[in-house]
Write a protein that binds this ligand. Sequence first.
Ligand code: KG4
Ligand code: ZN
Length: 364
Amino acid sequence: MTQILTFLGIESSCDDTAAAIVRLQGGRAQILSSVVAGQTELHAAYGGVVPELAARAHAEKLDLCIEEALLRADTPLTALDGIAVTAGPGLIGGVLSGVMCAKGLAAGSGLPLVGVNHLAGHALTPRLTDAVAFPYLMLLVSGGHCQFLIVHGVDHFTRLGGTIDDAPGEAFDKTAKLLGLPQPGGPAVEAEAQQGNPKHFPLPRPLLDRPGCDMSFSGLKTALLRARDGVLAIHGGLPRQTRADLCAGFQAAVADVLAEKSRRALAEYMALTPASPVFAVAGGVAANSLIRARLETVAAQNEVRFLAPPLALCTDNAAMIAWAGIERFQSGARDGMDLSARPRWPLDQHAPAMLGAGKKGAKA
Ligand code: KG4
Ligand code: ZN
């Protein structure tokens, strides 16, 4: 008899409150429902996520999102096989809200509880959408994350490198702010860049001169600020074409860095001689057409299948948490009422720790 597993997933580690029901049946995963309540408007006036506001909003919205997810999936709580919850890394107040909610539900229903690493949720998504086999290469590239991972197994990751300061999405957002464009900055900068000349302002390609897969995006933002101020000093304002040129220059620099570092990460991954090599991306920045095309080209040059899950599953959601919970549950993982919320939780325990914090919390 084939095993059927139906899990509730709960996500609240940053600025999205999310709940989803995912079912594994006959070896196939199916998302029965996925509810995401964002908090963009709540934080809009502050230029970043305010942790205390985020935590309170999660606490208010979690039960509503869970109810809605169960309703849309037409599945009562009693029909579930387990509850998966993001237990870190992230903004601790939000993670705590989710973990406490999941514990309450598990205690009340008697269902098994499985704590999930948020990054593992992103990293295991290609198995939810495309049943990809281990090992595969993953690039997480969003407003909060930027790292290359070789995914060897449900709980086994090698971190090849990542940003040592800002995440690219964060840099897109700050660039938009510097140029008077709306948030989120990524789509706004991309739209402007279409009219711009990427060569007009030659911006740096940080860390390309150093070996390895680590990246840096904060200096790029500073270079852009200097270029903008130079224009302001001469013109007293920012001509439309100049703004487009700055956006194009910035976008080209990020794309160049991500493409070259992907080439290096792929070389390390291919040394494992995987039977069916896959390079998958996740995160909001993967929505950028130029960046996506450049990554696709690098994959094609290496004869590696390129995979980008649908955007709704690339950005923060609870279906990925439910799925990672199912995968962990199948490998025997169970958590008790002592499951703790962790602000930091690196996927690769052997990789050097990331220092500092981004606008979306501690770097993992
Ligand atoms: O995955 P996501 O929702 O992550 C976090 O919440 O961290 O990604 C959001 C980030 C934002 O910083 C946004 O500016 C960026 O992804 N983004 C883009 C594009 N669309 C979204 N960056 C570049 N180009 C885009 N088209
Ligand atoms: Zn995320």
